[in-house]
Design a protein around this ligand. Structure first.
Ligand code: NAD
Length: 522
């Protein structure tokens, strides 16, 4: 295959068993997936993959070297040469087949997500369902990639537009949605005729290999979808490789900024989605029961490890006390434990992340916030070695405290009290992040003002911040997104294609003669 032969000396793996057999310590290694199969021999560098609910290392994951990335790019470039000319019918048939397999095997994929991320099974199942929506959107590629045609733009001259794929594109994804976030990008990229290299988070890598195998089963030609695992070394190699034309990144804001700057400096089209600090504003006329439900669901779902989680509750006027009372009542009933059991909330992704989040509890108290519910030392339905931290609630938080300024990315909800709607708006707009926000009220005029005035990319009205449907686009403003394109929807189709306009005249007896003037419509 091209200049860099693909070494597939690892035994073939079937769906659900995405790792190579154990090494000397008995742990299997999750391999790269290049050119339609597991790639490479024993990697020089590996990372550890944990089961967050037990705290035990369950696998290793290969870390790609620049040479591994180069092999993936060559494989993708070779596959692109053919795939870009596959008919729309062929491409959409593969997409439909992928959709059917993913749908039928949702439970298998959700189990992999829970085992490596820790989120409870129902949440992992929901993640796969949201991933499926983008695949379903991409199945409509024959319509989505259509251009326009104008007859007689000039006398006997026609003009039409086409959208063509870019080539090899990279997707670099975070740990918190190992299925949904990559699926915001690669189904559309592949449907549009590109070849993809996915670099998933090294913390939960197996979902990517599982999906690679399902693509192969769906009939996608080898090399159109590749997976390289690893860290900064792999990311930098992708950002600098001359044959990688575009990069879609999702992760924390500092890395998103870095990826955007380095990728564009190397001539690539880049969309880099960053971190978040999402505010939920509750006005005095809101349904407080609804608002309390929403705050708990969006604050503690997936242990707060969602870019759409609510982390700041902005209580306007007199709502704070009754709202907090309702929230505490609901928090009392939450169960925390192993995501494979019937629990509401699972562990955090790693011990280091759990400790970092827990440190914010001390910081909040030290800075004068009121710790209403302390998530440390909670009863857990799971292994004592798991990375546990229970739901936590702070009241009387102020904008200079680190629990307000920092993206904590854990089950910590902060209440900021403000006197008026205008104060709430000012607070939200002064925040450097602009991913999502929600407003709870029964006042249509206030909602209309908020959606008009708030400097945030995604807004929920009486719903905690929802991920927009696949046919709309996902993305924040300010420090939550670097680049011009949001993910999926028509912005996704445009990101993965380049426009071209053709103006044509077919010869007829009337040739028109010589005219050196600037071409104009006649
Ligand atoms: P992260 O930034 O640590 O990692 C994201 C990706 O970047 C991973 O693939 C990782 O391997 C890679 N990476 C890590 N360090 C790197 C470095 N120094 N150089 C180059 N690449 C590097 O993020 P995470 O902890 O995996 O995910 C959580 C973050 O992602 C949160 O900040 C969350 O808000 C954000 N997120 C944002 C959205 C969104 O839509 N805006 C969605 C999901 C998650």
């Amino acid at each position: 295959m091209g200049e860099n032969p693909i070494v597939t000396n690892a035994p073939p793996t079937g769906p659900g068993t995405p790792a190579t057999p154990g090494g000397i310590d008995g742990l299997a290694t999750v391999p790269h997936w290049i050119g339609g199969g597991a790639y490479g021999g024993a990697p020089e560098r590996t990372g550890e993959v944990y089961d967050p609910a037990t705290g035990r290392v369950t696998k290793r994951v290969a870390f790609a070297s620049p040479a591994d990335v180069d092999a993936a790019v060559h494989s993708a470039a070779e596959a692109f040469a053919t795939w870009r000319n596959a008919s729309l019918t062929r491409r959409s048939k593969v997409l439909f087949a992928f959709r059917e397999l993913l749908n039928a095997r949702t439970a298998d994929l959700a189990a992999i997500v829970t085992a490596e991320h820790g989120k409870v099974l129902s949440d992992a199942t929901g993640e796969v369902a949201r991933a499926l929506e983008v695949v379903e959107f991409a199945c409509g590629i024959p319509h989505l990639q259509k251009g326009g045609y104008s007859e007689s733009v000039s006398t006997k001259v026609d003009s039409y537009s086409i959208r063509q794929p870019l080539g090899v594109v990279a997707v670099i994804s975070p740990f918190n949605f190992p299925t949904m976030v990559p699926c915001w990008f690669f189904p559309i990229a592949i449907a549009a005729g590109n070849a993809v290299i996915l670099k998933p988070s090294e913390k939960d890598p197996s979902a990517a290999n599982w999906m690679a195998e399902v693509w192969a089963e769906a009939g996608l030609p080898a090399g159109v979808f590749n997976v390289v695992h690893g860290d900064k070394v792999a990311v930098d190699a992708l950002l600098e490789h001359p044959q990688v034309k575009a990069v879609s990144f999702v992760g924390s804001t500092p890395i998103a900024r870095y990826v955007y700057e380095r990728g564009t400096a190397h001539g690539k089209r880049v969309q880099a989605l960053g971190g978040a600090k999402n505010h939920m504003v509750v006005l005095p006329d809101a349904d407080l029961g609804l608002a309390a439900d929403a705050a708990v669901n969006a604050g503690f779902g997936s242990a707060g490890e969602r870019c759409m989680a609510i982390s700041v509750l902005v209580a306007v006027g007199p709502v704070a006390d009754p709202l907090i009372e309702g929230i505490v009542e609901r928090m009392d009933g939450l169960t925390v434990g192993d995501g494979r059991r019937a629990c509401d909330m699972g562990p955090l992704v790693t011990a280091a992340h759990r400790d970092k989040v827990a440190a914010y509890l001390d910081a909040g108290v030290a800075s004068g916030a009121e710790l209403v519910v302390d998530g440390r030392g909670i009863r857990v339905d799971g292994d004592p070695g798991g990375f546990w931290l229970g739901p936590t609630l702070f009241d009387k938080v102020t904008p200079e405290m680190s629990i307000y300024t920092d993206e904590i990315f854990g089950p910590v909800l902060s209440v900021v009290r403000v006197p008026t709607y205008d104060d709430a708006l000012e607070l939200v707009n002064a925040n450097p992040y602009g991913n999502g926000t929600a407003i709870f009220t029964n006042d249509g005029g206030a909602v209309r003002r908020y959606q008009n005035e708030v400097e945030v990319g995604m807004v929920g009205v009486n719903v905690p911040i929802p991920v927009p449907m696949a046919y709309y686009s996902f993305g924040g403003w300010k420090a939550s997104l670097f680049g011009d394109s949001h993910a999926h929807g028509m912005e996704g189709v445009h990101f993965y294609t380049r426009g071209k306009v053709v103006t044509s005249r077919w010869l007829d007896p009337d040739h028109g003669g010589i005219n050196l003037g600037f071409p104009q419509s006649i």
